[in-house]
Write a protein that binds this ligand. Structure first.
Ligand code: UDP
Ligand code: MG
Length: 238
């Protein structure tokens, strides 16, 4: 079982409130689309972990992240952690954050980082697997920094499923999974949030040389043909 070296409690680590203090347009976007929780400052917290193999899977709503993750799990034996699924499970479980998460998802905004990171952390700690696909996270720079701070790790690679907006809208509105946010109004906000807050994360990883852009148009198998070699190349590291 994969465990971090430092003490397990408290599960929610505080991280510097300066993450929330951003300037100009980014700040306005952040205020509009994220639900801020007060963050306590606490110095000297930088939990260190062993070294699991981490892949972030990013892309707009309906780009096929979940579908391709299922193929990667099947072929390469990763543990799939969908941030959206973890949040939806939290709503079902009567958690203290349930109604806040529900409202945030309904509006297509971003749940506070410490809530999402805590859920991901819990799953990572209780898994026997060392290879994780983290799907739909980080959704903004603040998410990314919180993950690095709390988990003490960066992804080994990042996949970006690149899909035109009209195709994403079509897929989301046709998928019939009974999701409260799969309606045209919420989809519009989700696309705005993606462009304003998630693209900067994607650009960050592109600059770091960690990003692999996948053309998300085509059949599931055609898209997987682009994905497979990336994992095959990392097979022995993972
Ligand atoms: N969400 C979030 N933080 C995350 C992942 C998801 O706040 O790290 C919320 C957000 O409101 C998002 C919703 O959950 O719009 C659904 O996310 P999911 O990844 O399941 O769906 P996608 O938008 O990729 O279709
Ligand atoms: Mg998904």
């Amino acid at each position: 079982m994969w465990r971090r070296a430092t003490s397990l409690s408290p599960l929610i680590y505080s991280f510097k409130s300066s993450f929330f203090i951003q300037q100009g347009a980014q700040q306005k976007i952040l205020e509009r689309f994220t639900t801020g929780l007060p963050l306590q400052e606490k110095d000297g917290i930088s939990p260190k972990y062993g070294a699991p193999f981490l892949t972030f899977v990013l892309g707009g709503p309906g780009c096929g992240k979940g579908t391709q993750c299922a193929k990667i799990v099947e072929t390469f034996g990763f543990k799939h952690l969908s941030a959206g699924d973890l949040l939806r499970r939290e709503i079902e479980s009567d958690s203290e954050y349930g109604s806040m998460i529900l409202n945030t998802i309904k509006e297509g905004r971003i749940v506070p980082s410490e809530v999402t990171v805590k859920l991901i952390q819990r799953e990572m700690e209780s898994s026997d697997n060392q290879k994780f696909l983290i799907d739909g996270f980080p959704r903004c720079e603040e998410n990314r920094r919180a993950f690095e701070k709390i988990i003490g790790a960066e992804p080994d690679m990042v996949l970006f499923f690149d899909c035109p907006e009209d195709e994403m809208v079509k897929r989301v509105l046709n998928r019939n999974q009974g999701r409260i946010d799969d309606n045209i109004e919420t989809v519009k906000t989700r696309l705005k949030v993606f462009e304003a807050l998630n693209l900067p994360v994607i650009n960050y990883y592109a600059k770091k040389g960690k990003l692999h852009k996948i053309n998300a148009i085509g059949s599931v198998d055609e898209i997987f043909e682009q994905v497979q070699p990336l994992f095959a190349a990392h097979k022995n590291e993972a």
